[in-house]
Structure formats: structure tokens, C-alpha cells
Design a protein around this ligand. Structure first.
Ligand code: GRF
Length: 204
């Protein structure tokens, strides 16, 4: 299943998806890495891995969000894409774009949703004194960091944790969780019951 990974920066989750998709029998193929910034480090990483890349500069659309998204959509369609994975993509999407990819677009969020949607999740988790933190992969619906949850991984918050230490502990789990969730979606194992996603167990 041809999948586009949308990034804005470093691209470590993107790299984890590319790596996972190399395994024989993995049901998704990373067929495009699309960035909204030409300087995203992930673009060079994707190119090194031999993955087609594209940039649609959000900056040059000056607040015309729908124009920006229509340009992205054209690029995605040109690459004959069936699934979209948001991997550190730092633009809020309009309902129009979300509707184009309903049930076919995943996001990874560095917190245990519905706790800590939005930015600065690790600092906020430390400030709140939670003992468990983690990451979530969910289908994208119109609200920010909302939508049916496919998978979560929890990590402990340890005494003396810094934001960086906690972020690194969560990131390790992100790199495991995102490829697993994408595989479920690509293999057709995700079924929605209202707002709840059920993952079918494959036949033995
Ligand atoms: C990750 O923590 C992801 O969960 C969040 O942004 C970060 C992106 O990191 N949405 P990377 O670009 O995948 O390395």
C-alpha cells in the first residue's frame, strides 16, 4: 500500500517507517516523503534511503491554508498514494484535507492521549507529575490530536527526569509503535466502531 510520510523536521519517525517497510511482507511501502519546509533534515535522510521526496513550502502560501493543502494534495495524488502518515508534521490541517484522507491518515503524538494534546508534551507531563507518559498513534479526525486511537505505548517518568531524558524514552517507543500501527492500517485490520478503532487479529 503506497504511503506518504509528511514531515516538518528531523524525521526520526519517518526513518523508522522507512526501515520497517524494508522488511519482506510489510504491507505498506513508503512511496513519498513530503515536507512543508525545504530545510527539514528528514528530506536528506529520505533521499539517502532512495525514497522520492517533495516539498510544498507552507511559508510561501502566506496564511492560505487551503491553497497550501491543495498543493500538497496534488503532490500526493501525483504519487498515487493510498495512506498518509503524519510524522512530526507541524501544520494544523483543515477539515477539507482531513476529509480527503478520512480513515487513511495516521498521526503520532508524543503523549498518552487524551492527556496532553498539542505542543510541549514532555515538559507538561513533568510539570503535572504524572508517573506514566508515552505516545499514541491515532487516525486523524478534524480536532487537533483527536481521532480513533490505534496504539499506545507507556514509559515511566523517573525521579530526576529532564525533558530531554523523558523525550528520548518516549521517542524510542514511537519508533516501535508507528510502524506497527501503519502495518495494521495497511493490512486492512483496522475497523471503526463509531469513534473507537478495533484491530482485527490476523487468521492463523
Ligand atoms: C515526535 O516526537 C512526534 O511524536 C512529534 O514530533 C516529533 C517528531 O520527531 N509529533 P521526528 O521528526 O519524527 O524525529
Amino acid at each position: 500500500v503506497r504511503t506518504a510520510v509528511l514531515i516538518s523536521g528531523r524525521g526520526s519517525n519517518m526513518a523508522a517507517l522507512i526501515e520497517a517497510a524494508r522488511a519482506p511482507g510489510y504491507p505498506a511501502e513508503i512511496a513519498l516523503v513530503l515536507s512543508n519546509r525545504a530545510d527539514a533534515a528528514g528530506l536528506a535522510r529520505a533521499a539517502e534511503a532512495g525514497i522520492p521526496t517533495a516539498t510544498v513550502e507552507s511559508r510561501s502560501f502566506k496564511g492560505d491554508r487551503e491553497g497550501f493543502e491543495r498543493a500538497m494534495q496534488a503532490e500526493i495524488i501525483r504519487h498515487d498514494i493510498a495512506l498518509v502518515a503524519l510524522a512530526g508534521f507541524l501544520r494544523v490541517l483543515t477539515p477539507w484535507f482531513v476529509r480527503q484522507w478520512e480513515g487513511r491518515m495516521l498521526n503520532i503524538h508524543p503523549a498518552l492521549l487524551p492527556a496532553f494534546p498539542g505542543l510541549d508534551t514532555h515538559a507538561r507531563a513533568l510539570a503535572a507529575g504524572v508517573r506514566l507518559h508515552g505516545c499514541t498513534v491515532h487516525l486523524v479526525s478534524a480536532g487537533v490530536d483527536e481521532g480513533p486511537i490505534l496504539a499506545q505505548a507507556a514509559v515511566p517518568v523517573l525521579a530526576g527526569d529532564t525533558e530531554a531524558a523523558l523525550a528520548a524514552r518516549v521517542l524510542e517507543q514511537e519508533h516501535r509503535l508507528f510502524p506497527a500501527a501503519l502495518a495494521w492500517l495497511a493490512a486492512g485490520r483496522v475497523r471503526l466502531e463509531g469513534d473507537v478503532a478495533r484491530i482485527a487479529v490476523p487468521d492463523a
